[in-house]
Design a protein around this ligand. Structure first.
Ligand SMILES: Cc1cc2nc3c(=O)[nH]c(=O)nc-3n(C[C@H](O)[C@H](O)[C@H](O)COP(=O)(O)OP(=O)(O)OC[C@H]3O[C@@H](n4cnc5c(N)ncnc54)[C@H](O)[C@@H]3O)c2cc1C
Ligand SMILES: *[C@@H]1O[C@H](CO)[C@@H](O)[C@H](O)[C@H]1NC(C)=O
Ligand SMILES: *[C@@H]1O[C@H](CO)[C@@H](O)[C@H](O)[C@H]1NC(C)=O
Length: 502
């Protein structure tokens, strides 16, 4: 089947008149409105014309330029946000109040454990969160300037193969159908990413139609690794997609994202590259893919709504742990494991962080867009950022005459987002883990991505929290049936995740 090629469409747009010229009038020559009305304001002129990057737009009508305002995303953050629950404290309640369970962190891991103890075991829970909002890294909010819903810590796409997780998440709010798609901007055009038959046709100028032709073509361009296997990520990538695609899509992206050339990264760290030998351009292939209709924060509020759950926002656990001594039955810690053991004398684990720049485009119209899809990767070194997200494309967004794109730049400093998988960190984490295992004897349990120093997708974080709850619950009531171990489902090594983390 022939799928209309957005890349072909866009590249033809990109190669029309010189950059800076008004390309698309709103009207056809006869003066009628063209359909569809969706227009994209994008960087098609980035490489041409010699002007400043990103400064030419696709105006609504000739001569009319939308106003573009750039600011750090965190400036848009509301003051305190408990997702409308109206129950958050800003300091820890005084004695004699005590709780069966105290939880550090109001993200997915802490939220799910709290929900389980409160609703299943009718136990009281205190959650202490140092940020002024719930939902951890999934947090989203309505932006004052544009009315659109933005994620503060990067776009989040829910996808899972796990039916138990899907059944669980559906209980706390409405979910909207959504297949995430991603484009990469390279050599002046947008192409589907991860690479599929259409991408190969575009970048290698082929007319491949089916899986067999694609496989045969890939075999031709691949440079296989030696008999000893691939020894680094560069070799591994070139072995799957060929040198040209590697240079175009992987090398620069990895350098910008990790600060390391792929030739310096272990092949095992990044895993294998997936190439689709068809025209499927969904980013994920999981059975369940969806977005919370009213955003993640509203949905998380549903998880935390049980009256047995008390919530304290804007308070760091380490500032109040003395005051809470003897008032928590169990402690669930979902913060960074090296913070908990800061006094152990062990060195710190390292993380990769992101900086988010918000670009508000005002008065572009309700159907005006900046880029042709939700998410665009920028693998080229000439572009300073790695990824750009236009939230208006997500389902369930409020109507707005404006749009926002948020651009991500990667760095070593800032909020801890991604563990850096290298031998030093693996060995160090093993030492922290040994300390954590001893702490379990005192009723302290480490749950979640920061506590496990592991990249978890949302579904993995939920599944993991549900399992840990089951395990702890069984230990406190030995009659309950044992928790089944899940077979190796959490490989987490797919190349897109490792190199293009999402
Ligand atoms: C940029 C980015 C994009 C992502 N995109 C996706 C995606 O598309 N799809 C997907 O499935 N997953 C995605 N994820 C992963 C997702 O964010 C995680 O699975 C999820 O947030 C894990 O929840 P958590 O509760 O374990 O950790 P967190 O959400 O980090 O929650 C931990 C909480 O603990 C709090 N805390 C830490 N220390 C303390 C302290 N001392 N005192 C009090 N509170 C403390 C923190 O403030 C935080 O709120 C993405 C992650 C990032 C960083
Ligand atoms: C594709 O290759 C397989 C295995 O070689 C073969 O059985 C099949 O008929 C081929 N399909 C097409 C459409 O050529
Ligand atoms: C967008 O602007 C049009 C024209 O000014 C107006 O009619 C419409 O209500 C606006 N939409 C929103 C969501 O503000």
């Amino acid at each position: 089947m022939l799928v209309p090629s957005i890349a072909a469409l866009l590249s033809s747009v990109a190669s029309t008149p010189a950059a800076g010229v008004v390309l698309a009038d709103d009207r056809s020559p006869a003066g009628e409105r063209r359909l569809p009305e969706r227009r994209h304001l994008h960087e098609r002129s980035m490489r041409g014309g010699g002007g400043t990057l990103f400064q030419r737009f696709f105006p609504r009508t000739p001569g009319e330029q939308p106003e573009v305002i750039s600011s750090p995303l965190e400036h848009a953050l509301p003051n305190v946000d408990d997702g409308g629950l109206g129950k958050a404290y800003t300091s820890v309640p005084e004695p004699p109040r005590k709780w069966d369970v105290c939880v550090v962190g109001a993200g997915l891991s802490g939220g799910v454990i709290a929900e389980r103890y409160a609703t299943l075991r009718k136990q009281s829970v205190l959650i202490v969160e140092k940020r002024r909002h719930i939902a951890g890294n999934c947090y989203d909010f309505l932006d004052d300037q544009t009315g659109l819903r933005l994620n503060l810590y990067g776009p989040h796409n829910f996808h899972t193969k796990l039916t138990n997780v899907w059944d669980y998440v559906k209980r706390f709010g409405r979910w909207a159908h959504y297949y995430h798609k991603k484009l990469a901007w390279s050599e002046g055009r947008f192409v589907p990413f991860p690479l599929n038959t259409e991408t190969l046709n575009t970048i290698y100028d082929q007319h491949l139609m089916g899986a067999n032709e694609t496989a045969a073509f890939l075999a031709k361009i691949a440079e296989p690794c030696g008999p000893g296997g691939c020894s680094n990520s560069e070799q591994q990538s070139v072995a799957s997609v060929g040198r040209a695609a590697y240079n175009q899509f992987y090398r620069g992206y990895t350098l910008k994202q990790w600060g390391v050339d792929p030739s310096q990264l272990d092949a095992l760290v990044t895993g294998r590259i997936s190439v689709r030998s068809d025209f499927d351009n969904r980013y994920f292939t999981d059975r369940y893919q969806s977005q919370p209709r009213d955003g993640y924060t509203r949905w998380m509020a549903g998880i935390l709504s049980d009256p047995l759950i008390d919530l304290v926002l804007g308070v760091d656990w380490f500032d109040v742990q003395q005051r809470l001594a003897g008032r928590c039955g169990k402690l669930i810690f979902t913060g960074p494991i090296d913070h908990y053991f800061a006094d152990s004398g062990l060195p710190k684990l390292t993380y990769r962080s992101l900086r988010f720049e918000k670009l508000a485009v005002l008065n572009i119209g309700e159907h005006g867009y900046y880029q042709p899809g939700t998410s665009v990767n920028y693998p080229e070194m000439a572009v300073p950022f790695t990824r750009s997200t236009e939230y208006k494309h997500y389902p369930g967004q409020p109507r707005s005459n404006h749009t926002v794109v948020v651009r991500e730049t990667s760095g070593a400093d800032g909020e801890p987002y991604y563990p850096v998988p290298n031998p030093r960190n693996h060995a160090l984490y093993a030492k922290y883990k040994a300390l954590a295992d001893k702490e379990a004897l005192k009723g302290v349990h480490f749950v979640g991505r920061l506590a496990n120093y592991k990249y978890f997708n949302m579904d993995q974080a939920i599944d993991n929290a549900l399992r840990i709850f089951d395990g702890l619950d069984r230990d406190s009531a030995p009659g309950r049936p044992p928790v089944k171990k899940r077979k190796k489902e959490h490989k987490g090594g797919a190349h897109e995740d490792a190199l293009h983390f999402d």
